[in-house]
Design a protein around this ligand. Structure first.
Ligand SMILES: [Zn+2]
Length: 149
């Protein structure tokens, strides 16, 4: 790990902890040249693990960027930090869902994970997200989500 202060290539880890969620580890590091401390975070890269079914034949790699952009769009009244942290939470949920489905997610899986996470956090964002994505949901799921709101 390169020091972000002086770009020295050697740092030492002096503290490490796993997050309460399962897929992340934080490390406190100290540069061996300038002695600045900084934090790094190791997370599971979903590339090669999660895919999104487009139709019966095609699947595309899950895109964290697309997820983040969709959240920034509905959380435009909040800081971008909120969208970032929510995207991490949602990706965690999707990893759990994906494991049970051999890594293959549907768009409905992603939409549902977003709605479940947005609802207790920000009602306005929940409603906005639901309105943007309602056409991708089947009638039963849409009804269930509307009851949730
Ligand atoms: Zn340094």
């Amino acid at each position: 790990m390169v020091c972000p202060f002086c770009l020295h290539k050697k740092t030492m880890v002096y503290n490490s902890r796993s997050s309460k969620r399962r897929h992340a580890v934080w490390r406190r590091r100290r540069c061996l040249k300038c002695s600045h401390n900084f934090t790094t975070r190791e997370i599971v890269e979903t590339e090669g693990i999660l895919y999104v079914l487009q139709d019966k034949k095609r699947r595309l790699p899950f895109s964290h960027s697309k997820l983040l952009l969709s959240l920034i769009k509905v959380l435009d009244h909040r800081s971008d930090d909120a969208a970032y942290w929510l995207s991490e939470t949602i990706e965690e949920k999707l990893l759990s869902v994906g494991v049970k489905k051999e890594g293959l997610l549907t768009k409905a899986d992603i939409i549902e994970a977003c709605l479940i996470t947005l609802k207790p956090f920000d009602t306005a964002a929940f409603v906005k997200y639901l309105s943007y994505h309602s056409s991708s949901l089947d009638a039963r799921t849409l009804k269930r989500e509307l009851k949730r709101s």
